[in-house]
Design a binder for this molecule. Structure first.
Ligand code: DAK
Length: 258
């Protein structure tokens, strides 16, 4: 599929999606988000793809929703279009692991998009922020909610109310990102993490992703029960027998996703 706003490469069971609107710091417009949704749907269907990395450029993962596209819209426009709801859903329904590899700015919708991924690996140049308050609006794609859950209420309030940016070191301390790596190694490290995941049983990987995401929507006791039931369900798979046998026989497991 030929895309105009993203670049997609699939190699070694990993799909690398690069946001590519350099003239606008990868600002998220409907075309770009539409293409991202299509690329993820393709990756979902492609059995060769076992994990995905989503990245931007050295300067910007994405500097937010496209302000030029939004400025003249009315309440009626954004409400009736349900601006960004289908686009966010297209990311959330992706069932394979999605790693955001962030260098440079991840602001507003860019930070929100990164937080929709399963985890974020940051370059030491990364800067995160929810600066919508500077534009007379609020976060609108999960910024206030997901950021609060990831970094705690105090820091989320600080970020969203002042519009200040958080650098990579602060983001790692706060738990927003899983690790910080030198900018030059970002893609290599993110792809290595994705390849590592791609070696596992796709069933347990998918189940882990699902249990963590579902837990966000549930009370603790229900979430732990859901986790346990999925754990129980793994005993219906050949991969559970293979993984445990390989451990006992001191060999590498050969998972078959069954
Ligand atoms: N939108 C459109 N264009 C952008 C942009 C953006 N978000 N960010 C940067 N650009 C464009 C600039 O306009 C400039 O274009 P030209 O002037 O050359 O035509 C080009 O990218 C380079 O930017 P700068 O010249 O500003 O570059 P600097 O290095 O000086 O500064 C910066 C980089 C990232 C610090 C700065 O560009 C900046 O502050 N950008 C805006 C960041 C921002 O405010 N982001 C939040 C956007 S609001 C919703 C869901 C979600 C949202 C809304 C609704 N619903 C469900 C309804 C989300 C809202 C947002 O994300």
């Amino acid at each position: 599929m030929a895309y105009k706003n993203i670049i997609v490469d699939t190699e070694d069971n990993v799909c690398l999606i690069r946001l590519n609107r350099p003239e606008a710091m990868n600002a998220l417009n409907l075309d770009l988000l539409g293409e991202l949704g299509e690329a993820l749907a393709e990756a979902q269907k492609n059995d060769k793809v076992r994990a995905c990395v989503l990245t931007g450029s050295e300067k910007a993962f994405a500097a937010g929703a496209d302000i030029k596209m939004m400025r003249d819209k009315s309440f009626v426009d954004v409400f009736t279009e349900d601006l960004f709801t289908p686009q966010e859903r297209a990311v959330k329904v992706f069932r394979k692991p999605l790693i955001a590899a962030v260098a440079g700015y991840a602001l507003g919708g860019g930070c929100e998009l990164a937080m929709t991924a399963d985890f974020i690996i940051a370059a030491d140049t990364a800067k995160f922020g929810q600066p919508e308050v500077n534009l007379g609006v609020t976060p609108g794609m999960g910024g206030s909610v997901r950021l609060s859950r990831l970094v705690g209420r105090a820091k989320a309030m600080d970020m969203a109310l002042t519009g200040r940016m958080m650098d990579a070191a602060e983001a790692e301390r706060a738990g927003l990102v899983s690790r910080v790596v030198p900018a030059k190694k970002l893609i290599e490290e993110a792809l290595a993490a994705a390849r590592k995941i791609a070696e596992k049983s796709a069933i347990s990987v998918m189940a882990i992703k699902e249990m963590v995401h579902r837990a966000d929507e549930m009370p603790l006791s229900e979430a732990v029960l859901f986790e346990r039931r999925l754990f129980h369900a793994m005993f219906a798979t050949e991969d559970q027998k293979e993984g445990m046998s390989a451990f006992i026989e001191k060999r590498t497991p050969h998972f078959r996703d069954r």
